[in-house]
Every structure is written in structure tokens, then in C-alpha cells.
Design a protein around this ligand. Structure first.
Ligand code: K1U
Ligand code: ZN
Length: 180
């Protein structure tokens, strides 16, 4: 297993549209295992393949307290969404440290395939419903900050770019320290 690099907003690759998975097998099992290790390490409750620069329709979610209930959604589709809405303070591993309210349907029914290619349907509410919708939007190339006002979005973009430059500088200094 391996910890994968999570793309940080505003990386343009986060806006790529993911393609359906067409073959199930060892490659998908390894991707799921690596993404799970990455998500638990971060830590987070969900991760879309797009966030690790794999532009295929694969999402993992674990909203359990015990962190032992991994759900895998491959080629997911929302087949029903409630008229009732809920606002949830969402976060995103690609936009670390930023949380803001997003309104979405309170309940959804999703159809998908599991890691072995078996089809299933699931009805979800609460955090699981929020997470499914948030992760599926990553597959469409959308990040939750796209829902915020242009003013908030631009502030977040500037903060992320500034922090990103700091991370790059630290990595360069660390690498230089190893050389000398
Ligand atoms: O980056 C992601 O898409 C994952 C994201 C999922 C999510 C969380 C909350 C609302 C909508 C979508 C996260 O996991 S952000 C981190 C987080 O919420 C969390 C971290 C540690 C413990 C519990 C939650
Ligand atoms: Zn996210």
C-alpha cells in the first residue's frame, strides 16, 4: 500500500472530468487500498480518485467513528434526491483548513459498483449523503469552494497558493539539507 499525493486547490487537474471504470481487477483493488491508506492518514472521511490525479469514477467513504467501514463507489450515479435540503459545513482534503456551509439534498439514493464489480444501491442521509454528493462532484471536476461567493473563493485561492509556496520552500530546503 502507499500514501498518494492529494492535489491541492487551485490545481487545474482537480477540474478534469473523470471517465467510467471499464475493467475491474487488481489495478482497481490496489487503487482502492492506496486511496484508503491516504484517506485514513490525512485524516478524512472521503476521497475521490480525481484528488489523487486518477481521473476515473471511483470514490471511497468511511464516516464511521471506528474507521473500519470503508465504502467503495465505482461509476456512481444518484438515482433519487430528496426535495428536502440540508446545509453542512463541508471540508475537503484538497482545500485543507477551509470549512464552509453548502446546501444539498438531505437524502439521496445512489447506484454504483463495488471494488469487485458487483452492482448495489444505497440510500443515505446525514454526513454520508453529504459525502457522497461532495465526492461525486470531484468526479465532475468540481470542488466545494466553487459553490461559495467569488470573493470567498478568491480569498481561499490566494491562501492556498501562499501556503503551497511555503510547502514547496520547506521541501526545497529539506532536499538541500540532504545534499550538503
Ligand atoms: O477531500 C474530501 O473530499 C474529503 C472530505 C469529505 C467531506 C467531509 C465533510 C463534508 C463533506 C465532505 C473530508 O474528509 S474533509 C476532512 C473531514 O471532514 C474530517 C477529518 C477528520 C475527521 C473527521 C472529518
Ligand atoms: Zn473534497
Amino acid at each position: 500500500m502507499a500514501i498518494l499525493n492529494i492535489l491541492r486547490y487551485p490545481d487545474a487537474r482537480l477540474h478534469k472530468v473523470a471517465k467510467p471504470v471499464t475493467e475491474f481487477g487488481d489495478r482497481i483493488h490496489k487503487l482502492v487500498a492506496d486511496m484508503a491508506e491516504t484517506m485514513y492518514d490525512a485524516p478524512g472521511v472521503g476521497l475521490a480518485a480525481s484528488q489523487v490525479d486518477v481521473h476515473e469514477q471511483l470514490v471511497i467513504i468511511d464516516t464511521s467513528d471506528t474507521k473500519d467501514q470503508l465504502r467503495v463507489f465505482i461509476n456512481p450515479a444518484i438515482v433519487w434526491a430528496s426535495a428536502e435540503k440540508q446545509v453542512y459545513d463541508e471540508g475537503c482534503l484538497s482545500v485543507p483548513g477551509i470549512y464552509d456551509g453548502v446546501e444539498r439534498p438531505a437524502q439521496v439514493k445512489v447506484s454504483a459498483f463495488d471494488a469487485d464489480g458487483q452492482p448495489f444501491e444505497l440510500e443515505a442521509d446525514g454526513l454520508l449523503a453529504v459525502c457522497i454528493q461532495h465526492e461525486m462532484e470531484h468526479l465532475l471536476g468540481k470542488v466545494f469552494v466553487d459553490y461559495l461567493s467569488p470573493l470567498k473563493r478568491n480569498r481561499i485561492k490566494a491562501k492556498m497558493l501562499k501556503e503551497g509556496r511555503g510547502i514547496e520552500r520547506e521541501a526545497a530546503l529539506k532536499a538541500a539539507g540532504r545534499r550538503f
